[in-house]
Design a protein around this ligand. Sequence first.
Ligand SMILES: NC(=O)c1ccc[n+]([C@@H]2O[C@H](COP(=O)([O-])OP(=O)(O)OC[C@H]3O[C@@H](n4cnc5c(N)ncnc54)[C@H](OP(=O)(O)O)[C@@H]3O)[C@@H](O)[C@H]2O)c1
Length: 338
Amino acid sequence: MFNNKKLFLNKNIIITGGTGTFGQAFVKTVLDNLKPNKLIILSRDENKQYLMAEKFSKHPKFKCLRFFIGDVRDESRLEMAMRDVDYVVHAAALKHVPVAEYNPFECIKTNVYGAENIVNAAIKTKVKKVIALSTDKAANPINLYGASKLASDKIFVAANNLTGGKTLFSVVRYGNVIGSRGSVILLYKKLIDENSSFLPITDPRMTRFWISVESGVDFVLSSMSIMLGGEIFIPKIPSAKITDIATAMGPSLKQKIIGIRNGEKLHETMINNDDARNTLTLKNKYIIIPSNEDRHFSTLTKLGAKKVKENFCYQSDKNPETLNLNQVKKILHKFLKF
Ligand SMILES: NC(=O)c1ccc[n+]([C@@H]2O[C@H](COP(=O)([O-])OP(=O)(O)OC[C@H]3O[C@@H](n4cnc5c(N)ncnc54)[C@H](OP(=O)(O)O)[C@@H]3O)[C@@H](O)[C@H]2O)c1
């Protein structure tokens, strides 16, 4: 559990995509554990904001929340939202692989131009630190969602060249969030609730990285505490086979192979061979550092970080932390009471 109580003390924070799976968990953790002055939730849909405001209305720190309608495609609106803001967490995105494949222009407008707008607005309003959320699909991308997130990662890493250290930009990259909107776990839950006789499996060999949304939030907060700008922070998290997830959720149900979908990989990669050259390992995380900066290496090695081996890659099928069926069952029970 993240325990730097001084983070955000009397500061103003904005979370883009604050009504989403990550955003709501982030707001809960911050309100429960930290003492910000203002926590601004920026997103487009008023109804999601209304429901979220209702949900948090009884929280003793509810008064520090601000619900701000805005679109990351609109730079001037972001500038308005970031006035007097110290920290930005950028979680707004279009994240469904098939949606991005079918609507490429829309995906690029939100995920790539949106990233550019966040950078420009944060620099103009003199924000101190920005963390952008990314995905394992951005490493060696084969679909537009992943490619758009890779472009976004590059925009945030390069943004550090524009500010002389006044505004710091870093990225957090992780895998599938257990039970997030659009995840296979929610699909299986829906099918089980509808008494389906089978659960679809794209490919029985498929593996994925998994993280709980609470761990994702803790990881973002701890990365924000130590970031120097330009890092891609990657948590060490478990992998599991999709067939084990289906077996754990519907032990008596048939598993029907439906074939891998357009834009899907058999296994996900979080760090590829080429990035290994600039990757450090530190306790519960890997950190890809900018290739042209020695200060990251010297600061992080003082904290105990070490370089990974040259041919290292962090891939869901070669993960030393691969869960067996019993462990998958325990995790589903812990986080989803399934
Ligand atoms: N879920 C996962 O498994 C996973 C894994 C790795 C990384 N990530 C990354 O984590 C981040 C958060 O994901 P999530 O699961 O919380 O997503 P989510 O539940 O789909 O939430 C997305 C949020 O972004 C907002 N949004 C979408 N387009 C926007 C725009 N143009 N301008 C402003 N707000 C916009 C949505 O609200 P409105 O529609 O009302 O605007 C919503 O609040 C994303 O960057 C995603 O790529 C997610």
